[in-house]
Design a protein around this ligand. Sequence first.
Ligand code: KIV
Ligand code: NA
Length: 275
Amino acid sequence: TIKRITAPEIAARKGGEPIVVLTSYHAQSAALVDPHVDVLMVGDSLGMVMHGLDTTVPVPLDLMIAHAQAVVRGSERALVVVDMPFGSYEESPAVAFRNASRIMKETGCGAVKLEGGVQMAETIAFLTARGIPVMAHIGMTPQAVNQLGGFAARGRRQAEWARFEQDAQAVAEAGAFAVVIEAVAEGLAARITQEIPIPTIGIGASPECDGQVLVLEDMLGLSPRVPKFVKEYAELRTAVEGAVKAYARDVRGRAFPAEEHTYSTLEEVPEALKK
Ligand code: KIV
Ligand code: NA
């Protein structure tokens, strides 16, 4: 039996209590976040956050799998959703299935996510008909950064709304169990949430979405620059800097390690040498 939250359970929460999603890239953060969220998202944003890439475009499938394995090991309750990286699904439904099934088999995650609307509907239908739950991702789709010319918000003019609404309808009809809507005008995200039967997960979207997602490092205040849509719930960058500076001062001043951080010898000291 499945002890974790499942994709169908997330789908059933349309219009209900908001769905809580955070990214996680490794076992320790997964264990910390798992008790408090519904979904742990192994986002390809890990390429930028963990590996210093400028975009998510170069992220390899094997890297996604390695991080996803760690997140599954570190958690027990949340649904783990793993991003399919650029180049691993666009070519054809068959290629997408081959790579999505690798992700499912090698990591033990509960679902995959891929970017695209109308253009990816056929692929989403192919995967969902074959046992792979798919979360879609529309609006500002970072893997298309070279086509879009940057990470700017989409649908800021109402004349552009129809195509994003079509994307949302298409992924819902294709069988996606939920859809991430990233960086679009608030009114557009609210409208799509009303129009489609599956949960919308907003990031830079609308409080009316059926759930919200943020990148963990961004909301913890670890990222040097964050988009407008991020709320920083902690200032860990400052905390880390303070701890590292204090450690460096202690090492240089021989204040660390102190006696409680060192090991005593275990041999009996010969009587003759005592006192
Ligand atoms: O890569 C990522 O982290 C994501 C989520 C923020 C939705 O796609
Ligand atoms: Na992503």
